[in-house]
Design a protein around this ligand. Sequence first.
Ligand SMILES: CC(C)(COP(=O)(O)OP(=O)(O)OC[C@H]1O[C@@H](n2cnc3c(N)ncnc32)[C@H](O)[C@@H]1OP(=O)(O)O)[C@@H](O)C(=O)NCCC(=O)NCCS
Length: 195
Amino acid sequence: MPDDVPTQIHFRPERAGDESVIGDVVERAFRERRVADLVAALRASPDWIDGLSFVAEHGDGLVGHILFSRSLLDAPRRLVDVLVLSPVSVTPVHQGRGIGSALIQYGLAQAAGRDEPLVFLEGSPTFYRRFGFEPAGPLGFRRPSLRIPEPAFQVIRQRSYEPWMTGTLVYSRVFWDLDCVGLREDDVAGAAPGT
Ligand SMILES: CC(C)(COP(=O)(O)OP(=O)(O)OC[C@H]1O[C@@H](n2cnc3c(N)ncnc32)[C@H](O)[C@@H]1OP(=O)(O)O)[C@@H](O)C(=O)NCCC(=O)NCCS
């Protein structure tokens, strides 16, 4: 855990009863309900993976959340189950103190033990590069939407990755249903880099 993370922050998997508080954390972080609705819709979908939703706990309350869910890579050989890291949320008053970084490191450490060979995300290269994410395009991966800026499309290759695994990332249907892929024209001006 980075030195600047308050020592009273505890990281753990989501458990039953956390659902609505997680929704509040996500809504406060993104200042809109849509991304919280995305988390709820993923939870109800076949692309939810038990044990891959994590929270940062502070006292009795939750101050952060990250989620990995299942998407597909349309590789030449076959479809491959992959992980997408989205969204990442820290409540505004707790931002900038290392909680988001520590939560991402914690979540990636849990994901590293799994069989999915790849973890994709769209987000700021400056922020996510430090966790081991690499630009996905040069490794042979195609964005699920041209509205995702190429530098924002990033990947971590896990233990079971093999070089034949190239192709197009096909987001879970839930991301499309909630219109949570890339940036729309109206979002571009004041966008936070990545959802
Ligand atoms: C992005 C977020 C999760 C980071 O959590 P955090 O606890 O504030 O992050 P940390 O304190 O660990 O790290 C701070 C770093 O993140 C950077 N950062 C903060 N918000 C960022 C954002 N939206 N995009 C890119 N970088 C961001 C800061 O500039 C800082 O960088 P530095 O270490 O180079 O100075 C949090 O700010 C947040 O919830 N933002 C709103 C929701 C969002 O945009 N989520 C990200 C995409 S899913």
